[in-house]
Design a protein around this ligand. Structure first.
Ligand SMILES: Cc1ncc(C[n+]2csc(CCOP(=O)(O)OP(=O)(O)O)c2C)c(N)n1
Length: 343
């Protein structure tokens, strides 16, 4: 088992959330979890093709960050582990499921599949299969927001861009190049590294000279924070601070969220390299169960209300599967649509 880092202390009594906010955060995490449990079931029933990477265990990061953004205005950029980011960004579950089924009604019109969720409407810049590939894309989006606002004087462009990626991506050259540019130009950018300790079967500590990724921000004179990625309120608090900094023109932030994926790297991974003790240690930190306890202990929700939410979400997911199953395949006559190359 890898050595565990001491997590930064977060005093949840120091913040106040309303019942409405609490239920919204809970619902989003439950949606991510139940949606992906259904994905696993559908994958093993042969309904999906290629690699499918699930996000189980990391939900507090997606919810904590994305639900602090302005919906449909701020940009979100993801990786191949992108279903839950898409859901948090507001892409309807049925469109994400249909994309996984390769159907025309999917958010990328069935052309992308699991690793390439995209939605212009919801400002989702895409899932990307190459490790670190989204980092320059999101940095470019942040550059255009700043350029339109400052050079062209368009006040509507006080957007923030958020880029999610894994610990493995933080050793890629694009990470360093983009952080440098974002800091130099004070871009409204938030880099969220989801340190789940593993890059497929490579333990983070074995691959990285400085495993505390947030510290790399200081080299660029950038704000860098580590946060307990299993605590949605802690993630939300650090995200809100970073968003305010970005909107105020004070530049980018690197957030390192310490988290864990509860399943193998992809649904094709037998997950034999991580020890049972390590998996159990992290399973006990389940972010959804933890937040459910918080809501009940603070009289923000009863267990019946939480069960109702689970039931409602399960119905939404069942409907999404029905929609995906009955949707048409993309037509072969449209094979050349949505590509850049010309004959
Ligand atoms: C440029 C590139 N190199 C290698 C791969 C193969 N690969 C796919 S996922 C992965 C591990 C990435 O781990 P991490 O960034 O920590 O993200 P996580 O899977 O933990 O979410 C690798 C090496 C790839 N997709 N792209």
């Amino acid at each position: 088992m890898c050595a565990e880092r001491t997590l930064p202390k977060f005093d949840s009594t120091s913040i106040k959330i309303t019942k409405e906010e609490g239920l919204m955060l809970y619902e989003d995490m439950v949606l991510g979890r139940l949606f992906e449990d259904k994905c696993a079931e559908m994958y093993y029933r042969g309904k999906m093709f290629g690699f499918v990477h699930l996000y189980n265990g990391q939900e507090a990061v997606s919810t904590g960050v994305i639900k602090a953004l302005r919906p449909d205005q701020d940009y979100v950029c993801s990786t191949y582990r992108d279903h839950v980011h898409a859901l948090s960004a507001g892409v309807p579950a049925r469109e994400v499921m249909a994309e996984l089924f390769g159907k025309e009604t999917g958010c990328s019109k069935g052309r992308g599949g699991s690793m390439h969720m995209f939605s212009a409407e919801h400002k989702l810049l895409g899932g990307y299969a190459f490790v670190a590939e989204g980092i320059p894309v999101a940095t470019g989006a942040a550059f255009q927001s700043k350029y339109r606002r400052e050079a062209l004087g368009d006040d509507n462009f006080d957007q923030v861009s958020v880029c999610f990626f894994g610990d493995g991506a933080s050793n890629n050259g694009q990470f360093f190049e983009c952080l440098n540019m974002a800091a130099l130009w004070k871009l409204p950018m938030i880099y969220v590294v989801e340190n789940n300790k593993w890059a497929i079967g490579m333990a983070h500590e074995r691959a990285t000279s400085q495993p505390e990724i947030y510290k790399k921000a200081s080299v660029f004179d950038m704000a860098g924070y580590e946060v307990d990625g299993m605590d949605v309120l802690a993630v939300r608090a650090v995200a809100q601070e970073a968003i305010a900094r970005a909107r105020a023109g004070e530049g980018p932030t690197l957030i390192e969220a310490l988290t864990y994926r509860f399943r193998g790297h992809s649904l094709a991974d037998p997950d034999e390299l991580r020890s049972p003790e390590e998996k159990e240690y992290w399973a006990e930190k389940d972010p959804i169960e933890r937040f459910a306890k918080y809501l009940q202990n603070n009289s923000l929700a009863s267990s019946e209300e939480l069960k109702e939410i689970q039931k409602k979400i399960q119905a939404e997911i069942d409907e999404a599967v029905q929609f995906a199953e009955t949707s048409p395949e993309p037509s072969p006559s449209e094979l050349h649509r949505y590509i850049f190359a010309e004959d």
